[in-house]
Design a protein around this ligand. Structure first.
Ligand code: HEC
Ligand code: HEC
Length: 629
């Protein structure tokens, strides 16, 4: 997380100004791992275990694994330490830990979905990015209170401070836009917009002395459904000089960067303290690039050697402030490996935690995340590329069967059948995807599959569960995503008055929403003979549609954060679902409602879920992870 000021000229400055040199540290960037300013301790957030592990660098040993809560997504040492701060994405909290006493100090309630976290070098302030609300919150460490919140963009994840800490840079996860915010006022100062297919930008790092910001992301080319044409690994460099003759954004294709050696899921980048090297890790292919940072605006970076193999699913990389060691957090190998900074030879490895949940779930997560065989033979794409950690990629794909928005996977275990057209009844059916054109993998099961004829729903007849331990593991992982309560509620179980009015309309027989969006998951999706699909008038405005116009009723839990809507993504907002996309009243009766009533209805939809749905229903599938009580 620490990138340090270019040492050379500043060292000289230091001597003249009699500054203690150790104070010259560049701005931080978000990560699952952070090293103390003195380089002696490392903290790592184990997202799936809900713990933070603190390591002693010299002895290469973990000092403690501390339980923090659900889904820690970011960690930062506060100034020089010994305190550190951790975001809990699913609990809307920031936790403060004492890294010496190895104990919890404080829990701070924040805005929804705290993701990235960085500290000022003097440790007085901590800045947090909040994904769904698109905000930054400022926490004063004197009293651990949130002093300010800023609007910073849409669905923001990456957060970094400029070396002088006057600016905060953030990345928007789905647009890869980089936004520059004034640290003091929260004003948006500048924006480096991504291209329409740039996607999944969850981290960025600011150069200590050059006016450059680096951020890894992918490209999702929705008009191509092919293992080597859909998803691309990229690194974008934003020029922050503000000079008119400079190209604002330069994007490097990290596939051709390595000759014929393809990499996937660029997830994090780290600069060396002197700003001369940049390390980029690839969570999908388990490798990294080491590059020289070029002092020009043209080549930007130059590869050193070939791509280096890392452990399973590397998700964080940090350089020791002394510049002598590089640390990689291999999230699905549950360890931190220590490397030399030039050749990246592995010096040591330190265990961060035990594998979480169950061995099958872990195996499933590995398969879901990897772009290596047997999932695909081509190394470009993973299930994760379009379903990052079970989220949607926010895209509408031009599939052979028609336009298809990628749905979020929360609640999947209870809302089978699968796909908008309900053409699959078990996650194991995704063996067809693995062996198909999109993945071009060898597959996880043995023997041939019943061949598909056109758009016939062949998978409904083909039983693939209980045939391959790997396919079952993939199903167990894919069925494991749950919800968190909507931020648009007053308290658990309590919705606003406006949402209450909307609720009455939703359950009103004439409006009729609940006839299809029924039960605790707001869906009548059902496996077996009773399963229904419905024509709600949405299937006719896509000439490429091959399977419509009847679709499976999607769950409405979590729709507040999953725009665009409908199978073809043509509704940009929930209001459009009820209005421009429902002109003939085939999708519930809405034409007789006043604008206020429609707004009430939308307010109710945004409040879902306001209470946790049950963990088991008559439609819940067998292949899933159930935590022990
Ligand atoms: C190129 C992007 C992409 C990749 C790669 C991808 N998917 Fe999907 N996935 C989609 C889209 C788009 C849909 C919606 C398609 C539909 O409903 O017909 C979808 C739907 C699904 C669904 C159904 C969700 C629901 O609510 O009905 C599951 C389950 C799923 N994918 C699992 C996987 C698995 C497992 C893999 C890896 C083997 C994978 N996907 C790879 C884009 C992708
Ligand atoms: C006849 C069954 C039926 C009724 C009645 C119905 N829906 Fe739906 N709903 C569906 C189906 C099927 C889809 C998916 C259609 C598509 O994707 O083209 C859907 C999609 C949606 C979506 C988009 C979800 C997403 O993730 O994209 C929303 C929001 C929604 N419905 C809300 C409502 C509301 C509000 C009402 C009442 C005014 C209502 N529905 C009435 C069946 C129904």
């Amino acid at each position: 997380m620490l990138t340090w000021k270019k040492a050379g000229p500043y060292l000289v400055l230091c001597i003249f100004a009699f500054f203690p040199c150790s104070q010259i540290i560049a701005g931080q960037s978000n990560s699952l791992m952070d090293v103390t300013q003195d380089g002696k301790k490392i903290a790592v957030a184990n997202t799936d275990s809900g713990t933070v592990t603190i390591f002693d660098v010299e002895s290469r040993k973990p000092l403690a694994e501390i339980p923090v809560g659900i889904k820690p997504e970011g960690v930062t040492w506060i100034g020089k330490g010994p305190l550190l701060a951790v975001t809990l994405y699913s609990e809307d909290k920031v936790i403060i830990i004492d890294g010496e006493k190895l104990s919890l100090v404080k829990s701070i309630t924040t805005e929804d979905e705290p993701y990235g976290i960085v500290s000022t070098n003097d440790g007085r302030k901590v800045f947090v990015s909040h994904e769904y609300p698109g905000k930054i919150s400022v926490i004063e460490t004197a009293d651990f209170k949130v002093s300010q919140t800023f609007n910073a963009g849409k669905m923001i994840r990456g957060i970094a401070l400029s070396p002088d800490e006057k600016n905060i840079f953030v990345t928007e996860f789905y647009t890869a836009s980089v936004n520059k915010i004034d640290t003091a006022t929260g004003k948006l100062l500048d924006q480096w917009k991504g291209r329409s297919d740039d996607n999944l930008a969850r981290q960025l790092t600011v150069h200590p002395s050059r006016p450059k910001v680096y951020h890894p992301h992918i490209r999702s080319r929705v008009n191509i459904i092919d293992a080597d044409g859909s998803i691309f690994p990229e690194l974008t460099i934003c020029d922050t000089s503000g000079l008119p003759d400079k190209k604002k954004r330069t994007t490097m294709a990290m596939d051709t960067f390595n000759g014929v050696y393809v990499v996937s899921t660029p997830w994090e980048a780290a600069l060396s303290p002197d700003g001369k090297m940049i390390y980029i890790i690839y969570a999908g292919t388990n490798d990294m690039n080491i590059c020289k940072v070029m002092d020009d605006d043209y080549s930007e970076i130059q590869r050193v050697g070939t791509a280096i193999r890392l452990g399973q699913n590397p998700r964080a990389i940090r350089v020791n402030p002394n510049g002598k060691e590089v640390y990689v957090y291999n999230a699905l190998q549950f360890d931190v490996t220590i490397h030399d900074p030039i050749r990246m030879n592995k010096i040591a490895s330190m265990k961060s935690c035990d594998p979480p949940k169950s061995p099958e779930w872990v195996r499933g997560k590995i398969l879901f995340n990897t772009s290596n065989p047997p999932m695909t033979s081509r190394r470009w794409v993973a299930c994760f590329s379009c379903h990052p950690d079970g989220n949607s990629d926010g895209r509408v794909w031009e599939n052979p069967e028609g336009l298809r928005k990628t749905p979020p996977m929360a609640g999947l275990a209870h809302t089978h059948p699968l796909h908008w057209s309900a053409d699959r009844d078990e996650v194991q059916d995704f063996e067809y995807t693995i062996r198909g054109k999109l993945m071009q993998g060898y597959g996880l099961s043995k023997g041939p599959l019943t061949p598909k004829k056109g758009f016939e729903k062949t998978e409904l007849k083909e039983k693939l569960s209980d045939k391959s331990a790997d396919l079952d593991a993939l199903a167990i992982y894919t069925n494991s995503f749950g919800f968190t309560l909507s931020p648009h509620i007053e308290a658990p179980g309590k919705i606003s008055k406006q949402a209450e009015r909307g609720k009455a309309l939703f359950f009103n027989n004439q409006v009729g929403c609940a006839s299809c969006h029924s039960g605790p998951y707001y869906s009548d999706s059902q496996l077996g003979a009773k399963g229904k699909i419905h024509d709600v008038g949405t299937g006719n405005d896509d000439p490429s549609e091959k399977m419509g116009p009847e679709y499976d009723t999607p769950t409405l839990l979590g729709v507040y954060r999953s725009a665009p809507y409908l199978h073809h993504g043509k509704a940009k907002t929930l209001m459009e679902v009820l209005t421009t996309q429902n002109l003939k009243d085939k999708h519930g009766k809405t034409s007789h409602l006043s604008n206020t009533e429609k707004e009430d209805l939308v307010e109710f939809l945004k409040a879902l879920p306001y209470e946790m749905p049950p963990d088991e229903t008559p439609n819940t599938v067998k292949f899933r992870f159930v935590p022990k009580k």
